[in-house]
Design a protein around this ligand. Structure first.
Ligand code: ATP
Length: 487
């Protein structure tokens, strides 16, 4: 097999907040947002690699950092064997021609007074094209305008739309213009950053077909970013699943869909609407816990605060549903999110004693099903909590319930379908693609809580976008509010 076109190793991009001159003068410590925190990826020549995960998990930052639209904090990116992060001058200019990006809304950071012809041709002027004056007597400007017309036609628009303004186009048409703009410099690699997320489903299909055709015609390699797994199924050869700045599973698309390993991948898949009526009524429990902040990601496995398969310590027999609830309480206590006053305010009698307080916490976290030694520990912790000693209550729970998922960060092994999860042995045999793929589960997950699904799933600008193929349609959708990347 040839070397991948793009290889990313241990890529990190931290954004620093409270880091202005004034902050420094005031002695404020900068906080880092660990948007991308140790990502490894390889994109093979001619393939489409999907990069999926919930909003805010770092997909766009990964795409923009590997293209040098943002400066990496750490790590390495190789493009066709060359070190991208170390490039400068002519080498960097050449890289910028060979590697392009399509944004969700290609116009959000562009001047609305530019015609689509100007938008498509802008890269040509920036890169000083044509290199030599055309032999047929056209001016350089005319050459660029003709090239823009050709590209508009190639993406399914018409050449006589070259002087129109972006607001005159529907969302689907605007995305075609964005694709034409990316193609203008004959790139080999294109990052497609949620290219269809803002579009109506029927228009999505048209754009995906166009991307497919262009890939074949020009031998393109794609990194396709999406929060919605259903979109990547038909266009991607392989998929990498991201959670809170890390890749948690990668594999061939069919293996990811048919034999997902990581509990997060399972949860993402459960959130995909099913066409099959028999599956529509399936019982799904929402994932518990909030998405943690990348400013202070959880220790160990970052998904463990929401994982429906978190591993109890050896010797502790507890139903998964109950363990999840104990861990939710602990997590709230340890992260300072537990508000004893608001529990008391919710009591009928705010002056009620410890018994009523403990009952309210048991009800809130649904702890009543726990029994035996587990319940003894929970009761102890609740008693300590009723006396206002939150840290001690958390420590009491930690003594009995500490999980390997919080103490050890699971690695992502180097194999065809790896998952960064303690449910799979690290030192397993060959990966055969089955769940556990040769690396059998080390703990039987107790799924009595049923499969999980995502809640509050973010969907960028869902405004309908009909009329893709007609001109003069203004639907006003698509703006994702993203600012321009750093220069
Ligand atoms: N310029 C910035 N300064 C500080 N934090 C940022 C900046 N840009 C992004 N972030 C934060 O970095 C994290 C990753 O953001 P990113 O946009 O890469 O995620 P994403 O998965 O692409 O999400 P989305 O689909 O919503 O774009 C988020 O927590 C986001 O709030």
């Amino acid at each position: 097999m040839t070397d991948p076109l793009v290889r990313v190793r241990d890529l990190r991009k931290y954004y620093f907040e409270d880091d202005t001159l004034l902050d420094r003068l005031l002695g404020r410590e900068p906080t880092s947002v660990k948007a991308v925190d140790g990502v490894d990826l390889a994109v093979e020549r001619g393939e489409t690699l999907g990069l999926v995960g919930e909003s805010g998990c770092g997909k766009s930052t990964t795409g923009e950092t590997l293209l040098r639209l943002r400066e990496a904090t750490e790590g390495s990116v190789e493009f066709d064997g060359e070190d991208v992060l170390g490039m400068s001058g002519e080498e960097l200019r050449t890289f910028r021609r060979r590697a392009q990006i399509v944004f969700q809304d290609p116009f959000s950071s562009l001047d609305p007074r530019m015609t689509v012809g100007d938008v498509v041709a802008e890269g040509l002027s920036i890169h000083g094209l044509p290199e030599e004056s055309p032999a047929d007597g056209r001016s350089d400007h005319e050459w660029r305008r003709d090239r823009a017309k050709e590209l508009l036609e190639r993406v399914g628009l018409s050449a006589d739309q070259v002087d129109r303004y972006p607001h005159e186009f529907s969302g689907g048409q605007r995305q075609r213009v964005g694709i034409a703009r990316a193609l203008a410099l004959d790139p080999e690699f294109v990052v497609l950053d949620e290219p269809v997320s803002a579009l109506d489903v029927s228009v999505q299909a048209q754009i995906l077909n166009l991307l497919d055709d262009l890939q074949e015609e020009y031998g393109l390699t794609y990194l396709f970013i999406a929060h919605d797994l259903s979109v990547v199924r038909h266009i991607c050869d392989r998929v990498a699943v991201m959670y809170l700045g890390e890749v948690v599973e990668t594999g061939p698309t069919d293996a990811i869909f048919d034999e997902p390993k990581h509990p997060y991948t399972n949860a993402l898949l459960e959130s995909v609407p099913r066409a099959d009526v028999s599956e529509q009524g399936r019982r799904v429990d929402p994932l518990s816990g909030d998405v943690p902040s990348p400013r202070n990601p959880p220790s160990g496995c970052r998904f463990r605060t929401r994982c429906p398969e978190i591993i109890p310590p050896p010797g502790v027999e507890i139903a998964q549903r109950d363990y999840r609830r104990v861990m939710d309480l602990r997590d709230r206590l340890e992260r300072g999110g537990f508000d004893a006053d608001s529990v008391r305010e919710r009591l009928d009698d705010p002056d009620a004693g410890a018994v009523a307080f403990k009952r309210a916490v048991r009800d809130e976290f649904e702890l009543d099903g726990i029994a035996g030694a587990n319940m003894d520990t929970v009761e102890d912790a609740l008693e300590i909590l009723a006396n206002g000693r939150e840290e001690e209550a958390a420590a009491r729970l930690r003594d009995r319930f500490e999980s390997v998922c919080e103490t050890d960060a699971p690695p992502l092994p180097d194999r065809p379908h790896p998952a960064a999860c303690h449910l799979f042995h690290e030192d397993a045999g060959p990966d055969d693609g089955r769940p556990g793929g040769g690396d059998g589960p080390i703990a039987e997950p107790d799924l009595d809580g049923g499969p999980a699904t995502m809640i509050g799933h973010p969907a960028a600008g869902e405004a309908p976008d009909d009329g893709d193929d007609s001109t003069d349609v203004t639907d006003g959708n698509g703006a994702d509010g993203r600012g321009s990347p750093e220069p």
